[in-house]
Design a binder for this molecule. Sequence first.
Ligand SMILES: C[C@](O)(CO)[C@H](O)COP(=O)(O)OP(=O)(O)OC[C@H]1O[C@@H](n2ccc(N)nc2=O)[C@H](O)[C@@H]1O
Ligand SMILES: Nc1ncnc2c1ncn2[C@@H]1O[C@H](COP(=O)(O)OP(=O)(O)OP(=O)(O)O)[C@@H](O)[C@H]1O
Length: 310
Amino acid sequence: MPRPDAVTVRAAAKVNLELIVGPRDDATGYHELATVFQAVNLHDDVTLRPAPDYSLTVSGRGADQVPTDATNLAWRAALAVAQEHEGAGPVAIEIVKDIPVAGGMAGGSADAAAALVAADALWGAHLDRATTQAIAARLGADVPFSVLGGTAVGTGRGDELVPALARGSYHWVFAFSDEGLSTPRVFAELDRLRAERGEQVARPEISQDLMAALLAGDEVAVGRALRNDLQEAAISLQPRLAETLEVGAECGALGGVVSGSGPTVAFLARDNEQALDIAVALTASGVAQDVRRATGPAAGARVIHPGKEQ
Ligand SMILES: C[C@](O)(CO)[C@H](O)COP(=O)(O)OP(=O)(O)OC[C@H]1O[C@@H](n2ccc(N)nc2=O)[C@H](O)[C@@H]1O
Ligand SMILES: Nc1ncnc2c1ncn2[C@@H]1O[C@H](COP(=O)(O)OP(=O)(O)OP(=O)(O)O)[C@@H](O)[C@H]1O
């Protein structure tokens, strides 16, 4: 089979409709999670081209905050696939970002997922699902979902996935902040707040209300069920997120929640028209640096450009 001379893969951002954080495992520092992910149509594109040496460039939203060396998750993903496939060689990696950096929307994870899928396609590695999943999980807790897309339940570190039975299309408005939040710092802040309260942390479980609402495609009930245990920690580190949530609530959003580890705040709207109203109100209030509308569920990491055949 001839090899393509370049492969571009598109990977979506995610929002956690529910994120329940269980106890911290002292051995690994990771927390047991129960989460429902939804991919939304806000994307990064990653292109891989055979080259004499590995290299990486980044352009687009927040590009100056992304490493361009071998620590980049996309670079690490390509190397991980190369280890599994004899016919691999160095690649030039080009990332075009639209997902905010350190925004709690799995931007780096999307780049890793896209590079993983692109490397597999470029080299014709045909990795099986279990190997792809294992590589993805090693790269980061959100990476397996970035590969899969759609709407899915995540347990363990958030990397053990089962697609969710979900109907309907969801209209989201995202309020971005120009100051990112570090994921480990937000988890550590939650641990601190819980210890201060002497809280006993239960094993995390997804709410049946949310699963029933998704099954029925009932966006009002989904809006009511949005929940994120990391939200109070994110607000504790960035108190103005509470104001952002307030603005969306005043517009009658079906629900509002900090996305993942923040600081992006996600609002669920009834329809496109209400999404536009919420976006205008957020922009006018000045609480957010940037506001974007998107719909979910979106697809997982997928090839959008196979390049010309050699
Ligand atoms: C907040 C979420 O985005 C929700 O989907 C994820 O849990 C974070 O996923 P991620 O950014 O891919 O996370 P990783 O890169 O694997 O981990 C970054 C850090 O987040 C914390 N972390 C992450 C996942 C998890 N289940 N427990 C944790 O405590 C750990 O301190 C870890 O060192
Ligand atoms: N492609 C990438 N490879 C490696 N690091 C990245 C990449 N993109 C961003 N980063 C770095 O990783 C950190 C987290 O960025 P990222 O955009 O993944 O955060 P996030 O969306 O909050 O992640 P998550 O929602 O998965 O917790 C930032 O400090 C950023 O510089």
